[in-house]
Design a protein around this ligand. Structure first.
Ligand code: PLP
Length: 367
């Protein structure tokens, strides 16, 4: 039997509707979407429908490019710095996911200067620090919508407006907010991932504002708009499109459900402190700590719940969390933090049973 799944920031289960939408493209309709014959055209139509379903959740006036993951979408987007004549600086929030942060740091070894922008104790970007580092040399500003480790929502619209005043491009990693909260209309590029929105793994997408030029990331047959060669998977595209459509249709219902689970969890974990802002937070992410707790031990004691150690960088690398450190938490506080992620398919019973198991194990440890 599976444990109670409270790790919805790491990945989400596949929605049954998404599975149904993918199935025909894995069975009889196996045509190559780039073939000109009838089977190819049918597959291409499925890809284009999915593209429209994703675009419907993005700002008007742009295009959707399919990629193999959000990490790839972000790498594709950041290539745009090479087209920004005379601009050789990149500024990203210090608490970005490794997909943005490490790519920006890599550009720092390629003739660009990379600035990591500090956050306050709530995990929110210090806007004055952004203002101070912007100028005619800035090529790109990167800020995520919802932080994957602590759930904090950055003021992306404000950040984009500031980037634009300096003539820079703005990239938003919207992976943890797409389909759940409002998408920033001012961003120039938006990255998203299938497996965080109850869609399949192995697919992501980049939305790019009209008129922005991005150099090719993967060279070859030029299939995906000349920037990402390789045959598209109609099944994965259809799955991502269906997942996006479902998120849009169920947005209010999902929101209410997740807020009710989060409210209950906040009560049940009343003895714990919350990491990150309480007001500017996506409700489905609860990152909490309890003084003196050894989370590695807690995780091995609580086998019946799948959740994350807050101290481990949630990209799965096993690296210590740069996010909790950026909030100014002491190493002991970081090591006593856990992340609980609630999703569409969790029930109230899941939350209550998981809280019982985790709190009991914590009491046993601390008593
Ligand atoms: N950005 C954020 C905020 C994430 O949470 C993740 C996945 O954990 C990614 C980017 C990378 O997504 P993918 O797994 O599709 O490469």
């Amino acid at each position: 039997m599976n444990p109670i799944y409270l790790d919805n920031q790491a990945t989400t289960p596949l929605a049954p509707e998404v599975f149904d939408a993918m199935l025909p493209w894995l069975k009889d309709n196996f045509g190559n979407p780039h073939s000109p014959h009838i089977m190819g055209r049918k597959a291409a139509a499925a890809v284009e429908l999915a593209r429209d379903q994703i675009a419907a959740l993005c700002p008007p006036g742009g295009r959707v490019i399919f990629t193999g993951s959000a990490t790839e979408a972000i790498n594709l987007a950041m290539g745009a710095v090479r087209t920004q004549q005379g601009r050789a600086e990149i500024a990203v929030v210090d608490t970005e996911h490794a997909a943005v942060r490490d790519t920006a740091l890599w550009y720092g070894t390629q003739g660009f200067e990379t600035n990591l922008l500090p956050v306050d104790t709530q995990g929110l970007l210090r806007l004055e620090e952004l203002e101070a580092c912007l100028g005619p040399q800035t090529a790109l500003v990167g800020a995520m919508l919802v932080n994957n480790e602590i759930g904090v929502i950055q003021p992306v619209e404000q950040i984009a407006a500031m980037a634009h005043r300096a003539g820079a491009l703005m990239l938003c990693d919207a992976v943890q907010g797409f389909g759940r909260i409002d998408i920033p209309q001012q961003a120039d590029m938006i990255a998203l991932s299938g497996h965080k929105i109850y869609g399949p793994k192995g697919i992501g997408a980049l939305w790019v504002r009209e008129g922005i030029d991005i150099p090719a990331l993967i060279h070859g047959g030029g299939q995906e708009q000349g920037v990402r060669s390789g045959t598209l998977s109609p099944a994965l595209c259809a799955g991502l499109g269906a997942a996006a459509k479902l998120c849009a249709e169920r947005r209010e219902q999902d929101r209410e459900h997740i807020v009710s689970l989060a409210d209950r969890a906040r009560d049940l974990f009343g003895d714990w402190s919350v990491n990150g802002s309480l007001d500017r937070r996506y409700a489905g992410n609860l990152n909490i700590r309890r003084q003196g707790l050894d989370v590695a031990r807690l995780m091995s004691d609580v086998r019946g719940v799948a959740f994350s150690a807050g101290s481990a960088c949630a990209s799965g690398s096993g690296r210590p969390s740069h996010v909790l450190a950026a909030l100014g938490l002491a190493p002991g506080q970081i090591k006593s933090s856990i992340r609980l992620g609630f999703g569409r398919y969790n029930s109230m019973k899941d939350i209550e049973r998981a809280a019982g198991l985790i709190n009991q194990a914590a009491e046993n440890q601390l008593s």
